[in-house]
Design a protein around this ligand. Structure first.
Ligand code: 3LM
Length: 398
């Protein structure tokens, strides 16, 4: 790859990194190399490729040129040595845990976490001798024990947009020789680059903002080569949550406009958050851009802007949430996020349904909470829509 495509500002790399005209066909767009296997040539070369003595593709579960282009682009945007792509965000998260942890290890996580990740840590990994414990930012360092191997965090968190101090997590991990891993799906590298804050690995559900158009499932891990090699050769090769070439192409195409989309998502979320805060029947609006958000100062330091997600807690609990969701016209009632089209969901009954009542209470996932993934439609239209929906919801709680 020519150097010029690795250099330059974020927008230049979003458009260019990882994408070269094809050497064989001269195609300008990155080819979708839709093949399961690659011809090895002869027995000797096959053996060298399989032993790693020679680099080259052998089988698309482990590596594929289209997938590699996506990995190169994300690595460039995160300022990482490399990246490994997966068939979903959960595939990336599970592969990271399975590759880097072993029986007896403990993960300390700064809650809250996405329901799927929490399920993996609370229920699946303990069956294989890996334990997980939730800790607070303030007491993180004191909580470290002899078995602690990894610190894990999301920022901003799903769904209530809590912010964790990534510099602190990176510093504590370094001081104790631990791995520091963050899921920065809600921020994307356009807003936060975790490796610059001293983390070892960052993980994304590329299903969300990275692809940006709600038409593909994908995940990706970026960081140091040594860790990524373990993740590729164990978590990817042996578990097989592989990204397909067509899906990789869709993520790659989406990422070319990441910087433009994030700007619009952030601007619209800002307008929606302010409008909701002043609306009747609204108990609380979660958005890290408010100066009275508990970690607004940290968000300002580690985010270029405050993201496209807003969570609104309505007076009137579940009935008000149902009325609000039913009244929205531009926000589609669907889980997932980061789509150019606005989405709204009720986390307590969907994304976070499997969590215990105690965890939901601790995480502030109340029955009246609705999560908004604010899209890139006209901001005024979105504000009008949430205001008319809060008026409907307020009738329920009146
Ligand atoms: C959701 N979230 O609607 P995939 N990390 C974070 C996430 O939010 C998610 C994942 C990882 C949602 C998906 S819920 C049924 C739909 C912060 C996913 C997992 O495996 O690509 O879905 O990523 O909150």
């Amino acid at each position: 790859m020519s150097d010029s495509r690795h250099r330059g500002g974020f927008a230049t790399r979003a458009v260019r990194a990882g994408q070269e005209p094809d050497a064989v066909t001269h195609a300008h767009a990155t080819p979708i190399v839709q093949t399961s296997t690659f011809v090895l040539g002869d027995l000797e070369r096959g053996e060298r490729l399989f032993s790693g003595e020679e680099h080259g593709d052998v089988y698309s579960r482990i590596g594929n040129p289209t997938v590699r282009a996506l990995e190169a682009k994300l690595a460039s945007l995160e300022g990482a040595e490399g990246a490994v792509a997966f068939g979903s965000g959960m595939g990336a998260i599970a592969a990271t845990f399975l590759s880097l942890l072993r029986a007896g290890d403990e993960v300390l996580f700064l809650g809250p976490l996405y329901g799927g990740t929490r399920g993996l840590l609370d229920e699946l990994l303990p069956r294989f001798g890996v334990s997980a414990r939730r800790v607070d930012d303030d007491t993180l360092e004191d909580a470290i024990g002899p078995a602690t191997r990894m610190l894990y965090v999301e920022s901003p968190t799903n769904p209530t947009l809590a912010i964790h101090d990534l510099d602190l997590v990176g510093m504590v991990a370094r001081r104790h020789g631990l791995l520091a891993v963050a899921d920065t799906t809600f921020a994307t590298p356009a807003l936060t680059r975790g490796l610059e804050h001293g983390l070892d690995l960052v993980i994304h559900s590329a299903t969300k903002y990275l692809s940006g158009h709600g038409d593909v499932l994908a995940g990706i891990v970026a960081g140091r080569t040594e860790l990524l090699e373990a993740i590729r050769m164990e978590g990817l090769r042996h578990v097989g949550a592989t990204l397909t070439p067509l899906a990789a192409y869709l993520v790659l195409r989406g990422m070319r406009t990441l910087h433009l989309r994030m700007r619009a998502h952030c601007d619209n979320a800002r307008a929606v958050a302010h409008a909701l805060r002043a609306a009747p029947g609204v108990r609380h609006v979660h958005w890290p851009g408010f100066t009275d958000h508990p970690r607004h100062d940290v968000a300002k330091r580690q985010m270029a802007d405050f993201g496209g997600m807003v969570a609104v807690e309505l007076d009137g609990g579940r009935a008000a949430a149902a009325a609000f969701l039913g009244a929205l016209r531009l926000f589609d009632d669907a889980v997932s996020l980061g789509d150019v089209a606005s989405l709204a969901c009720h986390p307590a009954s969907t994304t976070h349904q499997l969590l215990s009542a105690d965890v939901l209470r601790q995480d502030g996932v109340h029955e009246g909470l609705v999560r908004l993934s604010v899209g890139v439609e006209d901001g005024d239209d979105l504000v009008d829509d949430v205001l008319q929906a809060t008026a409907v919801a307020a009738l329920v709680s009146a």
